[in-house]
Design a protein around this ligand. Sequence first.
Ligand SMILES: [Zn+2]
Length: 312
Amino acid sequence: MKILASLIIAFNLISIVNLSCNEKSVEAPKFDSSRAFEYLVKQVEFGPRVPGSREWQKCKEYIANHFAELGLKPKFQEFEFFDPYSKTQLPLVNIIASIEGRSADPERILLMAHWDTRPRTDFPTRPNISDKPIPGANDGASGVAVLMELANMLAENRPEHSVEIVLVDGEDWGKSGDNEYYLLGSSEFARRGIRGKYRFGIVIDMVGDKNQEFYREVFSETHHPELNDMIWNAAAELGVTSFIDTTRHTVLDDHISLVTSGLPAVDIIDFDYKWWHTDQDTVDKCSPESLGNIGKVLAHIIYNPQLWPAKK
Ligand SMILES: [Zn+2]
């Protein structure tokens, strides 16, 4: 993803507690942060997951096997994109795993993260590496790791409502300024039809920073403040203090593909990551605790549908 605008003065939002909701929250199953972190490490060990590369292919199999072993029958959305930089067809694959809920409600929750890594280093810390891909420990692997661990939880403890995990490809393909060459996987996913299929969507990206700080992303807040309320209230209820109830950045990320196609969705992203799009986006900059924070908040939301915004 890339930043669209940075607000110089962040304004504090008044957190509105939903007083109409009398039902008590249930406790979600425990999120295994250490295991989630192992999934992050493993992805980085493959090497950069640049679309079409051998490392990308291996990682795709690894992720799909994880879901298959849980009995979730992963699906691939395969497609090609004419790459304007190499003038060749770029193969891309979205990986989808569905966890069927206990209720007959056909609407599901969509959880999304991108599994590709950026093919170039925008801010190299060493000379002559700007054309090399980034390791993508936080930018890429972290969101995937959290959703892989949530899949373990959900497969073992079926929630009331179905959940669809979508790992999109080609999020980070474009060169700076070429906004139309980002979000390739989520655009394709949305193009195939999403309206009415999901109650809402949550995109997570760069969620593993050791110094985690989640602010409300501005595009999300403008279009779906009710979803941000749900998330930041859940974090407050759980005492997760890395969710700071203020807006801060406007980020071009996969939620834009969803929102512009009519699906209520927001992005949870820690954009104050010092190693963003550098060769130093490595495992040691991330922590199991940070993955645990976001995992806990998402689990709380999934298992407590009374916290969800009313159906429109
Ligand atoms: Zn990125």
